[in-house]
Design a protein around this ligand. Sequence first.
Ligand code: FMN
Length: 176
Amino acid sequence: MEFGMTDLIKQRRSIRIFGDEKLSKEDIVNILKAGLLAPSSKNKKPVKFVVVENRDDLDKLRSCKEKGADALYTAACAIAVIADSQKSDVWIEDASVAASYMQLKAEELDIGSVWIQMRKRSNGFSDSETEVRKVLNIPDNYGVLCILALGYKDESRKPYEESDIDYSRICFDKYQ
Ligand SMILES: Cc1cc2nc3c(=O)[nH]c(=O)nc-3n(C[C@H](O)[C@H](O)[C@H](O)COP(=O)(O)O)c2cc1C
């Protein structure tokens, strides 16, 4: 049977433990390509990506957030998903679509990923967006949505099954 888009969507799970091996440049570029091809409102393309592979900066990024960033301990690569908030009033939506596209592309390549939220988060002293901007020299007009932690999977997560799908969240015609 053919492995299609729905199978890929079911198979993608957040991966937070990665192996030591670095990702190939080709795989990283292919993941970024998915982000660059993602749609954006009015086709303004406000989203940019900062790719980080050095251990020192990956550790600094982990410290930008109090909780929920531990995947960066073992990640081989991180992609900060940022967008020019002066260029688009819906940069959050644009950046979210791009991040999701990249997670699906990573899964297709059998590369694990997890979305690490930075917007509206803090390290306990300062907001995470400000901290990430400092580590990566990102200008103030760029919002920092999230950081995708990426690497070869070193944990296995069960793919979603048909029984995991909650159809009661769908309403037809009107809300009910
Ligand atoms: C907007 C958003 C923010 C998230 N933030 C974090 C985070 O900061 N740290 C983390 O480990 N996972 C984070 N996740 C991953 C979710 O916890 C995960 O997608 C959810 O538990 C469902 O699991 P799954 O991805 O395996 O389907 C985030 C996901 C989304 C969509």
